[in-house]
Design a protein around this ligand. Structure first.
Ligand code: GLY
Length: 338
């Protein structure tokens, strides 16, 4: 296939649908994959109804919205990221500037905010009234103090302990009960007309997280990775798992070592079961190879992803393959959760 005439492709977590029209329009016009993934993620960051990303994202334990984001360009393997950024609505744009301007990959906290200011980004309040209300209701039951440990730590662990207990006893009910204990993310992979790959991620992280907690989303190799030669991958779900297993890089590395996309993503999902962890939770992988094939894989049933090629009018939703600890894999009709 002529490299300049590759069919454009977007692959993403379902919450990215809101930005697909703009992203696909850019790709059809010949824009680089990097421009498309940033444009899509930016739309999601601006959406106050998405409580896992950007403006309207759920806050940390103290009620502060802290954002993580990353971009990676498969042409150069350059990456830029920000972590625990407060007061800026579009961390993906700041992440891109980190990649373009600095000899660094990741800025965190106050340094990231200073850089965002220097780059001319405007500061804004990120906590919407709706997110503030959810935060208050959710933590009310566990906000009582303790003499033994600082109250914030005590309440955090009481809350998390309850979450884990419920997940262990009845995962389906707990997942529904803890719908707002989000640790979701927006992830977008793109392949442009020249066959270049890029990835962008953005998240407000694990709702009610300990202040300063950083997940996988701004960590190249964990929450996202793109390499034109082999493929690209990104993750949603509990970032600590993707960080420990280097999940996004693993998918791409397994492809480099000769596995087809399906097997590479399945292998990276299986790796998650080796992680001993009382907080073990969902992790979903979104991946493409260098030829434009795409898959979604998860260690939980019923997860989905969306994709659109240049000749499709709108995104389509596909079920992710579910991998059990014994390696058996199945694809079931989608239930709508990413
Ligand atoms: N995957 C998002 C997070 O763990 O922060």
């Amino acid at each position: 296939m002529d490299a300049e005439n590759t069919t454009p492709l977007l692959v993403a977590s379902s919450n990215a649908a809101i930005g697909f029209e703009e992203g696909m329009s850019l790709l059809r016009d010949g824009a680089p994959a990097l421009d498309a993934v940033v444009a899509v993620v930016r739309r999601v960051e601006d959406n106050p109804e998405d409580h896992t990303v950007g403006y309207g994202g759920l806050p940390n334990l103290r009620g502060e919205v802290e954002l993580d984001a990353m971009v990676m360009d498969g042409r150069t393997l350059k990456a830029g990221a920000v972590a625990a950024l407060k007061g800026f609505r579009n961390p993906v744009l700041v992440a891109r500037r980190v990649m373009e301007v600095l000899p660094h990959v990741l800025l965190a906290g106050e340094g990231a905010a200073t850089f965002a200011r220097e780059m001319g980004f405007s500061e804004s309040e990120l906590l919407t009234e709706e997110a503030r209300t959810i935060w208050k209701q959710r933590l009310e039951a566990s906000l009582a103090g303790s003499d033994e440990v600082p109250p914030e730590i005590a309440s955090y662990y009481r809350h998390m302990a309850r979450f884990v207990r419920e997940m262990t006893q009845d995962p389906e009910a707990a997942a529904s009960e803890h719908e707002t204990d989000a640790m979701d993310t927006v992830v977008v992979l793109a392949r442009d007309r020249a066959g270049n790959l890029a990835v962008a991620t953005s998240t407000s992280g694990w709702a009610w997280k300990y202040p300063g907690r950083v997940g996988d989303s701004p960590i190249p190799g964990a929450g996202g990775y793109a390499d034109n030669r082999y493929g690209a991958a990104a993750c949603t779900g509990r970032g600590e798992m993707a960080m420990r297993a280097a999940t996004a890089r693993s998918v791409v590395l397994y492809m480099k070592m000769g596995l087809p996309l399906w097997n590479a993503a399945r292998e990276a999902t299986l790796d998650l079961y080796a992680l001993e962890d009382e907080f073990a939770n969902v992790l979903t992988i979104y991946a493409t190879d260098a030829h434009g094939n795409h898959v979604g894989f998860s260690n939980r049933e019923g997860r989905t992803y969306i994709f659109q090629t240049g000749d499709m009018e709108a995104p389509d939703e596909r079920p992710c393959a579910f991998v059990r600890p014994d390696g058996s894999t199945e694809v079931r009709p989608a239930s709508g959760r990413t």
